[in-house]
Ligand binder design. Structure first.
Ligand code: GLU
Ligand code: MG
Length: 443
């Protein structure tokens, strides 16, 4: 411990950000002087439990205190904030791991994999917008970003090269292997990719990415947005997960025994995939957890001709129109959007996949068609299920799914369902500009 303190001091650190993640996937925390690092690692920094979303902790007594305890292996200077180091924390209450802490939820899920000798690697791909808020309007920060088909736009990308390079540099100095940075398919939308890692590390990395991107965008007068669908006529922001299981000998358990047989996944991989398909409606609540998420998960035209977001429960080789895109020895889960809590989404996915393995589920035949072109009748004939079309439907599916609820644990499942139902009701009762426009003078 003293070693860590000394190392940080020699790097110019005077303060540690004790950072944890709440139910909504939002980073929370407080500053702790470097001298107090031993206590942060041994006991944790104390917070009023009920002030944190999703804890359901009481206002009095021993269980009123939420302790964010630092993971000694995850403490690093934040290059964009000289003098400060980020310590990734997990929640403890009354001296025990707190069952409703999202990071503990994921640690429980990865422990279930470890019992079977497996490790899950995830590559999480954040898409995001850089926006500005002026005269009551949200717009892309870059006024000149206007191409009809903005994917890979090399006219607009250089205008954000300063921000993107600062972000790249910050992540790289935190040890992330940054792979690519590009302009995505909407105005003001970008994607940054970094190398896959073990599932808990990847979720921690995503939170680091959000912290860095938010700070660096703000410095430049922009708003970093992980809102799933800011503009109705343009694609939204996905948070695709690439997934593969590995065994204790370092072998990819999703890779087929022989190459060239035409199979992309092993029988185990297919069962895991089938579990994810079977639980897709409930997984939606965690992977697409906002009212706005369901404006993304629809088949619809966008400015660029497609939304690239899934609407049907199907899987297919390199099929970007399906919920699951299969690739050699791994699959891409295209359901999650940028607002998903990476810890909860991964934990729920593990529970779904393991259920597929335990029940020996079969994912059915590959879908090789362009699902965005099929009519509703053709979708029905082929038997593809439709993903929930609203937060309300997704939360109902979660409430009805004991396997996915089980991954969260009783406290968090109860709080998640209660708070998300409130979010839906609040939205439903809100009278929007669209309604006034359409109805105010109509009847
Ligand atoms: N932005 C799309 C989505 O909402 C994904 C685009 C892509 O395939 O990279 O999922
Ligand atoms: Mg993308």
């Amino acid at each position: 411990m003293i070693d860590i303190q000394q190392r940080l001091a020699s790097q110019g650190v005077h303060t540690v950000l004790a950072q944890f993640t709440d139910m909504h996937g939002v980073a929370k925390g407080k500053y702790v002087p470097l001298a107090k690092l031993p206590e942060l690692i041994e006991t944790g920094a104390g917070f009023a439990g009920p002030s944190i979303w999703g804890t359901a902790l009481p206002r009095t007594g021993a269980r009123a205190e939420y302790y964010a305890r630092a993971d000694a292996g995850r403490i690093q200077p934040m290059p964009w904030m000289p003098g400060y180091a980020r310590a990734v924390c997990s929640g403890y209450v009354d001296g025990e791991p707190f069952d409703a802490c999202p990071r503990q939820v994921l640690q429980r899920a990865t422990a279930r994999l470890a019992e079977r000798g497996w490790l899950l690697n995830t590559g999480i791909e954040p898409e995001f917008f850089l926006l500005k808020h002026e005269a009551g309007q949200w717009r892309p920060a870059d006024d000149a970003d206007r191409l009809d088909k903005p994917s890979y736009d090399l006219k607009s990308l250089p205008r954000q090269a300063g921000f993107l390079h600062a972000l790249h540099d910050a992540l790289a100095r935190c040890g992330l292997d940054v792979l690519q940075l590009d302009h995505e398919d909407a105005h003001g939308q970008y994607e940054v990719n970094f190398a896959f890692d073990e599932a808990l590390a990847s979720a921690d990395h995503l939170m680091l990415f959000k912290l860095a991107a938010q700070a660096l965008a703000e410095e430049r007068g922009m708003v970093f947005s992980m809102m799933p669908k800011p503009f109705a006529n343009q694609p939204g922001s996905g948070l695709h997960f690439h997934l593969s299981l590995w065994d204790s000998s370092g072998r990819c358990a999703f890779a087929p025994a022989s190459q060239g047989g035409g199979d992309l996944l092993s029988p185990l991989g297919r069962q895991f995939l089938a579990g994810v398909l079977a639980h897709s409606p409930a997984l939606c609540a965690l992977a697409a957890p906002t009212v706005n998420s369901y404006k993304r998960l629809v088949v619809g035209e966008s400015l660029s001709g497609t939304s690239w977001a899934p609407a049907y429960i199907a899987h297919g080789p390199n099929n970007r129109t399906a919920t699951l895109r299969t690739l050699p020895g791994r699959f891409e889960w295209r359901l999650p959007d940028a607002s998903a809590n990476p810890y909860l989404a991964t934990a729920a996915l593990i529970a779904a996949g393991l259920d597929g393995v335990d029940r020996g589920l079969d994912p059915g035949p590959d879908c090789t068609e362009d699902l965005f072109r099929l009519s509703p009748r053709e979708i029905r004939e082929r038997g593809y299920g439709l993903l929930p079309q609203s937060l309300e439907q997704a939360v109902d599916a979660l409430a009805a799914d004991a396997v996915v609820r089980g991954a969260l644990g009783d406290t968090l499942a109860g709080e998640f369902i209660r708070l998300k139902r409130m979010e839906w009701v609040e939205f439903a009762r809100h009278v929007s500009g669209w309604e006034l426009q359409r109805y105010a003078a109509t009847f």
